[in-house]
Design a protein around this ligand. Structure first.
Ligand code: MG
Length: 251
């Protein structure tokens, strides 16, 4: 899927899609508590998306069976909601959600702490979020995707964390996944030049231990090879002629 440059009208629609998605996250975060199943979160998230006039873009995407990816502890991404998987105090839960609004996709992810979590987990969650903000500082017209990648990787490296290389950030628009790719690890090849009107999903996936991951037998859920904790933080952003705009965060 090619790189697309969005017009002002298209940007306004993407911004609205993103702002609505941020409300979905507010609602899911408020609901998250020990004793819930990962399916409960999916039901809540899907209801919120639809109540805001959106369509869940993950549902049936390449056969994915739910609207929200709910990934617990050592699960990196693409956790399949399950009524038998109960969230417990001390877990970290990564929620990845997206919606289509008037044909325009938004995509975001957050890792939330359930109750009190270990200092190690707390640091991982914080640093993963910081990695996104380090990356987006480089998300400027005239720069290249590898400027974003390298800034993310430099920050994760300071903590000795494993950076997931099997999954990467991406362009987004009328399709969930468009070009260019935005890796989270060090890249020598710079990729295509960033231009105003590009919209990207930047999404560091960071592990306390090894960067190596594997896929479970369900062919979706990605887990760390060593069982260490993993965190995810993602926003859909807009490249402008000045500072980038985060479309999936509202002040
Ligand atoms: Mg994404």
């Amino acid at each position: 899927m090619a790189i697309t440059i969005k017009s002002e009208r298209e940007i306004a629609l993407m911004r609205e899609s993103g702002h609505r998605l941020s409300k979905v996250f507010d609602g899911m975060q408020a609901a998250l508590r020990p004793g819930m199943s990962t399916k409960d979160i999916d039901v809540i998230g899907e209801k919120l998306i639809r109540s805001l006039g959106g369509i869940p873009n993950f549902l049936n995407y390449n056969g994915f069976p739910a609207s929200i990816c709910v990934s617990v502890n050592d699960e990196v991404v693409h956790g399949i909601p399950d009524r038998h998987r109960i969230i417990r105090e001390g877990d970290i839960v990564s929620l990845d959600a997206g919606m289509i609004w008037k044909g325009w996709h938004s995509d975001a992810a957050r890792t939330f702490a359930v109750g009190s979590i270990s200092p190690e987990a707390e640091q991982l969650v914080r640093v993963t979020r910081e990695c996104f903000f380090e990356g987006i500082r480089m998300a400027r017209a005239g720069n290249y995707p590898h400027d974003i990648s390298n800034a993310i990787a430099d920050h994760a490296d300071k903590y000795g964390y494993g950076i997931v290389e099997d999954l990467v950030g991406h362009g987004i628009g009328t399709h969930l996944h468009e070009d260019p790719e935005v890796p989270n690890f060090h890249m020598k090849s710079r990729g295509p030049k960033l231009r105003a009107g590009m919209t990207l999903a930047i999404e560091p996936m960071i592990n306390i231990g090894t960067s190596e991951v594997e896929w479970l037998d369900n062919d979706w859920t990605v887990v760390t090879m060593d069982g260490s904790l993993s965190a995810h933080y993602e926003n859909t952003i807009l490249i402008t002629d000045g500072d980038p705009e985060i479309l999936t965060l509202v002040d």
